[in-house]
Structure formats: C-alpha cells, structure tokens
Design a protein around this ligand. Sequence first.
Ligand code: GRG
Length: 301
Amino acid sequence: MTQAMTIKDYIQNEARFVEEQLRHFLPSAWDVPQPLKEAMAYSLHAGGKRLRPILVLAAAESLGGNREAALPIACAVEMVHTYSLIHDDLPALDNDDFRRGMPTNHKVHGEAMAILAGDALLTHAFYVASDACLRSGIAPEQGLALIRDFAEFAGARGMVGGQVADMVGEQGITRLEELQYIHTHKTGDLIVFSVKAGGRLANANEEQMKALEKFGRSIGMAFQILDDILDITGDEQKLGKPVKSDEKQQKVTYPYFIGLEESKKLVREHTEAGKQAINQAHFPFPQRLLELADYMMDRDY
Ligand code: GRG
C-alpha cells in the first residue's frame, strides 16, 4: 500500500478487497438452499460504503498487523451490519422500500426469506470470525476475546439493545442522554468493535486498545450525528434512500435537540477527540485511521 495514495483511493481499494472476499462468503462445498443463498447475497453485494470492514483493516494496519488475518474479520463485521439493515427495513421495524439504492431485501425475496437471510448472515459472521481466529494463528485467548467482543457489541447490550431503545423511545424521547444511549449502541458499538478487532489482531497493547475504543466511540457518535444531519440536508440519489425520513417518522434527532449548526460542530468535536486519542497512544502507522476519521466527517452519503 503506497503512502502517496489518497484516502479516497485507499477506501476504494480496501472496499474492493472486501468485495472480492465477500464473493466467496459461503464455502462452496456447503449445501445451502439456493433461495437463502440468493437472499443473503442480494444485500451483501448491494454496495454500501464498507466503512466498518475498512476500519478493521485500517486499525490493524495502524499497528503493522497482518492484513490476511484481518480480512475475514472485516467481512464478518459487514455481514452483521448487513443483517441489521435487512431486519431494520422489515415491515415490523422501519418498513422501508429502498436501501443502498435498491429495493429492500423483503421487497425482492419476501418477508420470511429476508428474516432468515438476516439470521443466516448473523450466524455466519460468527463462523467466519471464529474460523479466521483458528486459521490465523492468533493466541486462543485473543481469539476468544475477539469473538466475545463481537457478540457483546452486536447483541443485547450493543447494537440490538440500541435498536430496541430507539424503537421503544420513538417520539417519546425528551432528554439528550436517551438519544446518546441509542446512538452509542445502535451505531457506535459495531464501529467500536471494528477498530478494537483490528487492534487485537495486531497485538495492540492496553494503552492502544483504550485509544482504539475511544477513537471508535468518538467517530461512531460523529457518524450517527452526521447521519441525522444528512437526513435533513442530504441528497436522496447519493444516499440511496429517502431523505427527511426522521421528520416524517417524527423521530427525535440531534438536529431536533440542538439545531443543525450545533450538531455540525459536535461532529467536528467528536472527530477531533477520536483522532487525539490515537495521536496520544504511540501508533506506528496511524495515518489511514486518522484520515478515515476526517473522511467520515466530510462524507455526503
Ligand atoms: C435491526 C438488530 C437491528 C439493528 C438495526 C444498523 C441499524 C440497527 C439500523 C439501520 C438504520 C440506521 C440509520 C442505523 C444507524 C446506523 C447507520 C447510520 C447505518 C447505515 O450505515 P452506513 O451508512 O450504510 O455505513 P452502508 O449502506 O453504507 O453500509
């Protein structure tokens, strides 16, 4: 990877690596019903920014870690992210028709198959992650800690918990702290897991793991606040999904609580705080991680 490459090219390159790896997401020898395979592949290959897998790779790279070991974990995170999007779009949840610029999974494959494709992507992610730990030669305790983190950050006190808090609190949120809880878990936790996983695979020390956690928390929060902002100011074509959906659903968001300008300021502040954590923790190759934080803050889709 040449240092002269722009962050945009770096992201495109890394996303391509992930895409290629995802093409072989199910072992070809496995006997899997074709409709299930198709429904899983439909959303997995529907595009998307691949930011979480890229964060796994960049975190590993920041410590001189092995890309080969990080790549399957990066794919596993994308599988969990994709399952969450499929389920989030279902009629029982957000009932959305478009995602990543395409009809949602249940619109194409039917509701039952979409639910099962999400289930299968979630469980398969844990197969891929544990298989990678077994093959990569990382210490068994490190592998187990990684899998435990994955379950924790994706599950009841992680992303699913955040989603439930969002659902239960819909329209009834009156305090910013409640919204912070939702963002921290629904969006932030998988991002925190991504950078921590990259760190673990690269044998990060305790100080570096703490810095990665702080980095993930900060850019995760910045990412979601920006998502709230883009729902108001963004371009439907670029986003690949309808805008103003928060307003239509009368959702309480950061701009609702503190206004657009203050929300934008907060995005910058969280991003800086994340970068500062990395800058203070003696990473040998932090450049891409830092650039990614800036890129995520500047995105318009
Ligand atoms: C249903 C268990 C369950 C969880 C749902 C991820 C999620 C939690 C809901 C999706 C809706 C949403 C707006 C969540 C906030 C996180 C977020 C901004 C997701 C979109 O991530 P991007 O922008 O999407 O990285 P792409 O398509 O680029 O991968």
